[in-house]
Design a binder for this molecule. Structure first.
Ligand code: PLP
Length: 409
């Protein structure tokens, strides 16, 4: 008999988005004429930059000729893309990351979810609360946690409380953990970690021989000069941190799929006998065994953003969403509501008004009275209770209309 991995049974069903969908569908059945505006979804809505389309068309043509046809590519990713990433995102910002330390993938979700495989099952994991669920759920699946408890936390995990009081900036815990997931700019709170916060984490990781898993999927949204775009802006981070990046929100690749991971040469973990092993070597082994590369066409499309024209088009795309975010933030403030984030991120973390008991109640009220869909903060962890996540991934027209409706909230 094939026994199942019972760790999966510890996870609740994908309650959050299915429940959001169910409530929206019920409302629409009862109010078929309602014009619902969806500000809940974390997916881009604007088309791909023209440079990416052109590059992918050229690459598709190459695939149609025997002289330029390509089969399996290098699992680590084509050098043309890795070199551009290293140059544009790191060297030009004075950071020491080489093309050999970059692994191209089909998106950050897989990288953030798969990275835990190269670490021991008895590693202690720290995650923020609220959190992008992938970090936690993949560790539950692997068996690195106990059961879900009545407080909404899994046993055996160190939760890093993120509230308005600490500016949603997780603080290093007193105890030792082995793996720490950090996300800046953050999903769901839309806030960022400043240099001092990251320095504290690098110091912590050095002290406890921990590894920081730094998710910078939204780095391209950072507008404020003093906010670190990469963990490697912090001295010593190369010794303790892995970084994740994605073309999804940077260049509209959520459906096209491309991301990458940076594992510095000198970054190591230990065996049970204390021998130090380069993490890059383990990831390379995993990647070449379980992944056969992102398509050539996609990698050419991704490469295209690293030209003057490409950079301009990507900036325009991001500015569009950030302008939506500004409109949402300012309209909500004008309506007397408290918001966080939305300056260096496409997400706005909206405080539930005092007289509304829970984030689900607030969700229902917005749906019923304003025909607007957000994402209840409680779905991202117990500390998300009392908040609602709104996104700027919508048309300008819908964003403005949603804000008009919210003004009278
Ligand atoms: N990391 C964070 C924080 C995200 O919000 C997302 C997507 O929403 C991802 C990673 C995954 O992005 P992708 O798999 O599209 O590259």
């Amino acid at each position: 008999m094939a026994k199942v991995n019972e760790n999966y049974l510890k996870l609740p069903g994908s309650y959050l988005f299915s429940e959001v969908g169910k409530r929206a569908a019920k409302f629409l059945r009862e109010n078929p004429d309602a014009k619902i505006i969806r500000l809940g979804i974390g997916d881009v809505t604007r088309p791909l930059p023209q440079v990416c389309i052109d590059a992918m068309k050229r690459a598709a043509d190459e695939m149609g000729h025997v002289e330029t046809f390509r089969g399996y590519g290098p699992e680590q990713g084509y050098e043309f893309l890795r070199e551009k990433i290293a140059d544009f995102n790191y060297k030009r910002r004075g950071l020491n990351v080489s093309a050999e330390e970059i692994f191209i993938s089909d998106g950050s979700k897989c990288d953030c979810g798969n990275i835990q495989e190269i670490f021991s099952l008895d590693s202690r994991v720290a995650v923020a609360d609220p959190v992008y669920p992938v970090y936690l759920d993949t560790n539950v699946m692997a068996g690195r946690t106990g059961d879900l408890q009545s407080d909404g936390h899994f046993a055996g995990v160190t939760y890093l409380t993120c509230t308005a009081e600490n500016n949603f900036s997780p603080k290093p815990p007193a105890e030792k953990v082995d793996l720490v997931y950090l996300c800046s700019p953050n999903n769901p709170t839309g806030t960022t970690l400043d240099k001092a916060a990251l320095e504290a984490w690098v110091a912590y990781a050095k002290k406890f021989d921990a590894v920081i898993l730094f998710d910078a999927a939204y780095a391209a949204y950072i507008t404020e000069e003093n906010v670190p775009r990469s963990i490697y802006e912090i001295d010593g981070a190369r010794d303790v941190a892995i970084e994740f990046r994605s073309f999804s929100k940077t260049a509209g690749f959520t459906g096209t799929r491309c991301g990458y991971i940076v594992i510095p040469e000198g970054l190591t973990g230990t065996t049970s006998t204390g021998e130090r092993v380069p993490l890059k070597k383990l990831w390379a082994r995993r990647h070449t065994t379980k992944f056969n590369g992102t398509s050539y066409i996609t990698q050419r499309g991704a490469e295209a953003i690293y030209s003057d024209e490409g950079q301009a088009q990507v900036r325009e795309l991001i500015s569009y969403y950030l302008e939506n975010a500004r409109i949402i933030r300012e309209s909500l403030s004008a309506a007397g509501l408290t918001t966080y984030g939305g300056v260096n991120a496409p997400y706005i973390w909206l405080k539930t008004p005092e007289d509304i008991p829970s984030s689900w109640d607030f969700f229902d009220k917005l749906l019923r009275e304003k025909h607007i869909i957000g994402t209840p903060g409680a779905g991202f962890g117990p500390c998300g209770e009392g908040y609602l996540r709104l996104t700027s991934f919508n048309s300008r027209e819908n964003t403005i209309e949603a804000c008009e409706r919210l003004k009278t909230f």
